[in-house]
Design a protein around this ligand. Sequence first.
Ligand SMILES: CC(C)(COP(=O)(O)OP(=O)(O)OC[C@H]1O[C@@H](n2cnc3c(N)ncnc32)[C@H](O)[C@@H]1OP(=O)(O)O)[C@@H](O)C(=O)NCCC(=O)NCCS
Length: 177
Amino acid sequence: MPTALPPPSPAHGRRIAAGPADLPSATSGPRVRRAAASDLDELVALEQRSFSSDRLSRAQYRRHLDSDSALVLVASANHHLFLGSAVLFFRKRSAVARLYSLATAPEARGQGVGAALLAAVADAARRRGSRALKLEVRTDNAAAIRLYERHGFRRIARYARYYEDGADAWRYEQTLD
Ligand SMILES: CC(C)(COP(=O)(O)OP(=O)(O)OC[C@H]1O[C@@H](n2cnc3c(N)ncnc32)[C@H](O)[C@@H]1OP(=O)(O)O)[C@@H](O)C(=O)NCCC(=O)NCCS
């Protein structure tokens, strides 16, 4: 996965969590759909806001939106039309799909958008016949690691100096039943 930017400050997170922009999760949680070409601007903007390196470019997103070997998903809730995204890659003759990117808009974090995207990613991979999902995450990305472990991903390897800035990565895998 690309290198995540630091999370928003706790004060920012609390202000958003208590404000009127809250997701009404009790009545209608985030919905996840396949991304369309019209999402391109917001996909690129979220990539810029979420990751500091190894970002997907606009051209790469455009290609992935059109490709059979990639699936780009978008989370929304009511009038909040773009809250997060996930990018999943499939390879011919491989039963393991790769979750390349997962990001929630900073103002919507901590409200279940990441969890909804992960569930949709797993469903989509199952439907494509994948038996497992894999991903890499920075060893210092506590929020993402917590999310993955709570959703059944197991840590299976460490890659030294995996990222451009020299940070290590964990590889995680989830078996799809
Ligand atoms: C990692 C990331 C996708 C999680 O998305 P999210 O929508 O916040 O995920 P969820 O709300 O489903 O779960 C976040 C967890 O943090 C907790 N949390 C609470 N308040 C929070 C806050 N203000 N901000 C973030 N997380 C918060 C949630 O309670 C939840 O923990 P839980 O499962 O133990 O309840 C998001 O932080 C992000 O986009 N980070 C930057 C990009 C990144 O690092 N992507 C992963 C690369 S491997």
